[in-house]
Design a protein around this ligand. Structure first.
Ligand code: PGA
Length: 255
């Protein structure tokens, strides 16, 4: 049985003061739920403050990106050594990183390996664009991304990663995939690909989230799908009531 994981991707939102306010407003609601793993992914500059605010709770912390080198002349980058000890998770290969900052599967793969080498759990994002969806390429695109980002990993490492299937056309658009579409790609493509490459045992262990316009209204149906193990939440994670409601609803499904 996989523990569901709901992660809030704050993206480039929340000053330190705003982050403090948001976390305080969520704290009771999130800690009241025990059977769901809860992860907050604020911008880098907020990490330290959020870490202090959630200290002693079972809420986990994640970063939104990372470079693969440990240190050196890489102006503007953040390394796994800097994140290690501060957070447990790191989102890698988000579609916004891919489209605005040119990240490729090969880059994401290097980052995944660096994260794992430093004890960080990567939340690896995959998903087709609207044009690829319209062209009927969802399956081949997502299969290729899964193969690319996991290349060279051992089965034991693959079992530890979290994958987020986020169709690009659903991100921030208010147009979430249907629960059936999410299940079809997550079960039929992502988990199936892992099963083919690393064996059924490993595929059954990997947690796979859905992401893209999730909210407290659609989360129940999406989370009820057998292969959907959580959500990577953008916009709704910036609202304390919404995010805590999503965690609570997920907990009801799993209890
Ligand atoms: P959204 O973003 O929930 O605002 O659609 C999801 C994501 O980009 O992770």
């Amino acid at each position: 049985m996989r523990t569901p994981i709901i992660a809030g991707n704050w993206k480039m939102n929340m000053t330190i003061a705003e982050a403090e306010e948001l976390v305080k407003a969520m704290l009771d609601g999130l800690t009241a739920v025990k059977n769901v793993e809860k992860v907050l992914c604020p911008p880098f500059v907020d990490l330290d403050r959020v870490a202090s605010l959630i200290q002693g709770t079972d809420i986990k912390l994640g970063a939104q990106n990372m470079y693969w080198e440990e240190k050196g002349a890489f102006t503007g980058e953040i390394s796994p050594l800097m994140l290690k000890g501060l957070c447990q998770y790191v989102i890698l290969g988000h579609s916004e990183r891919r489209s605005y900052f040119g990240e490729t599967d090969e880059w994401v793969n290097r980052k995944v390996k660096a994260a794992l080498a430093h004890g960080l759990t990567p939340i690896i994002c995959v998903g087709e664009t609207e044009a690829q969806y319209d062209a009927g390429e969802t399956e081949s695109v997502v299969r290729g991304q899964v193969e690319g980002v996991l290349r060279g990993l051992t089965a034991e490492q693959v079992a530890r990663v979290v994958i987020a299937y986020e169709p690009v056309w659903a991100i921030g658009t208010g147009k979430a995939a249907t629960a059936e579409q999410a299940q079809q790609v997550i079960g039929g493509v992502v988990r199936a690909t892992i099963g083919r490459l690393y064996g059924q045992d490993v595929a059954e262990q990997v947690r796979i989230q859905y992401g893209g316009s999730t909210n407290s209204k659609n989360i129940r149906e999406i989370m009820s799908q057998p292969d959907v193990d959580g959500a990577l939440v953008g916009g709704a994670s910036l609202k304390a009531d919404e995010f805590t409601a999503m965690v609570r609803i997920t907990s009801e499904i799993y209890s």
